[in-house]
Structures are given as structure tokens and as C-alpha cells.
Design a protein around this ligand. Sequence first.
Ligand SMILES: Nc1ncnc2c1ncn2[C@@H]1O[C@H](COP(=O)(O)OP(=O)(O)O)[C@@H](O)[C@H]1O
Ligand SMILES: [Mg+2]
Length: 343
Amino acid sequence: MSGHPGPELAIETAGLVKVFGDNRAVDGVDLSVPAGTVYGVLGPNGAGKTTAVKMLATLLRPDGGAAHVFGKDVVREADAVRGRVSLTGQYASVDEDLTGTENLVLLGRLLGHSKAAARTRSAQLLEAFGLAEAAERQIKNYSGGMRRRIDIAASILNTPDLLFLDEPTTGLDPRSRNQVWDIVRAVVAQGTTVLLTTQYLDEADHLASRIAVIDHGKVIAEGTKGELKASVGSGSVHLRLRDPAQRPEAERVLRGALNVAVQLDQDPVALTATVNGHASDLGAAEQAARALSALAASGITVDNFALGQPSLDEVFLALTDRNARSAPGDGAPHNASTTGVPA
Ligand SMILES: Nc1ncnc2c1ncn2[C@@H]1O[C@H](COP(=O)(O)OP(=O)(O)O)[C@@H](O)[C@H]1O
Ligand SMILES: [Mg+2]
């Protein structure tokens, strides 16, 4: 919308709603996405991410609220919006039977490029996305990671002002995922705003400057990734013991060493401790090292150890625990396998 001072907004929604039958897939979403950044929308399967993206990309009509893209209304000024956005995700734009080059040249021609310009751009993109060697292969013979990369290449034949990437790395191996991340960074460096949906906290953390966490069609947290981490903890220490009989003792030692809640996982030899972001004079790695040496000093044998970011489940647990003020503060924490987010 107009008249605001401050940074230009690529996306602004107010009370955005989409209803399927009696399912409020998107249930009153307010978003402000500054231009020139990667904005992460983090949520589990069925949260409403794709539905929201489709409304913003003018592919679905909202049932309530408003959405503007670069100040243009996605319903009343849909053509103007379409001229500035591009979408990649679960929507196949490439033809399986054509080669990488054939696809990109064809799409370039459809976008109005001359044959020569389409060829040049195609070659550039295939090279930049590490697909030069696969350029003359049919897409149906591409790996999952190559397929995701050619999808993104196809969506930036014309450099869009706003690119929607709907779960671009779901199901990819770590190496392919890193390649996609590099591409996202390169796209943003050229001035494109990216709205990225993901189920992975670490992906949002690596790429996005701001993150909205959504579930059941609602935004349950929003902020810079620093703010989000400060509220949910910056990491998790996952431990597997040799002897399940040592677990109660390990739990006590961990609590003492880290001064945080420790979760007993389903697996009788496993424990998880969330490292607090705000309590860290010590970084997560140092806190973990301290925990390990305390365990060793107590004669507890640790078979396996991992330091990771909190899982999406843990993020939701932390966010919803914080919201539900009546929740038992220090009671035995349960390990949520599903997110018990109140509607
Ligand atoms: N075309 C549709 N018709 C009916 N229900 C739908 C349709 N698309 C999505 N939904 C429902 O809306 C909710 C949100 O789905 P979706 O936006 O695809 O979530 P996400 O992308 O976060 O996984 C889900 O409950 C899903 O089953
Ligand atoms: Mg989706």
C-alpha cells in the first residue's frame, strides 16, 4: 500500500484468508516483506504455505483480507502483479521430454526473447546452475536436484522482481540442497526479492533475513532469525548413551551442566537438550562441549552425539509453550512428534 515511509514492501497482506469448504487453509495472515530480501515462511505440511503463495501469485482468489505485491492489489491489479512475479515449486513448467536447453530456449521464446537471446540466456543459466553437462539431456533423466535447479532456472529467464520458491529443497540430498541455496543467494544478489517456503528451520536460517512461522493458516511467530532463535533456543544437543540404565543420571548431569530442560526421547538411550540462545555467553558448541565433559566425568558412556539446530517440532513446542502461559513450567517435558498448536 502507499504512503508508508521506510523500505519498499514487496508483499503486504492484511487478514488474508482462503477457505476450502470448512477448512480455513489461510486464516487471517498479515505479512510485510521488505523488497530485496529473502523472506522465509516456515511451517509443516498443510500449514497453508502453498495456498498463501498461490494467492500472492494471483493463481488463487482470496476469500478475505487483502494482499498487495509492490503496491498492486493481487485481485484488482492481477495483471500488474503477474508482470513482476515468478513462481517455482510444485508446478512443472518444464517439459520432461525436452532437453534442458530445449526447455529454456522454448520458454525464453514464449517470453518474447529472440532466438539468439533465448539461446544465450539458456546457456548462461545452465552454466550458472551447474547443468552445462546435462544441457542436451532430457529432463526426465535429471536427478531430483538437477530437476529443482532447472525449475528455478526456468523461473528466472526474465529476472523477476519477486520470486516465489515453494519448498525448493524438500526431498533433496544435502549437496543438491546446497546448490539450490547458492542459486537463491545469487538471485537475491541481482536484486530479486525471494519468498521462500520451507519445512526446515536451518534452511530459513541460512537464507532468510526475516521468518514467519505459520501453522493451521496462522502466523504464530514473526521476526528476524535472531529474534526467532532467541525465543526458541539456538540449538539442540542430541545424545545416545550406551546403557539405557544410565539415562536418569545423564539427565541430571545435563540439567546441571547446561541449566536447561532435557527431553527424554522415545528411544530409551536418547536425550535431547535445547541450548538457550539468550543464555549464551557460551556458544552452542561450547555448551555442548561442557555437557560432554560433565557426562564423561560422571562415568556415563556416550555412543553418539550431535549438535544441531532445533527441529521444526522443537520450534513449535517452544513457541506454543511460550504462548500457552498456563503450561507447566518445569514439568516433565514431553517429546512432541506432532505440533500441538492451538487453533
Ligand atoms: N485445492 C484445495 N482444495 C481443498 N483443500 C485444499 C486445497 N489446497 C490445499 N488444501 C488444504 O489447505 C490446507 C493448506 O494446504 P497447503 O497450502 O497446501 O499447505 P502447505 O503448502 O503448507 O503444505 C491443507 O489442509 C490442505 O489439505
Ligand atoms: Mg505446499
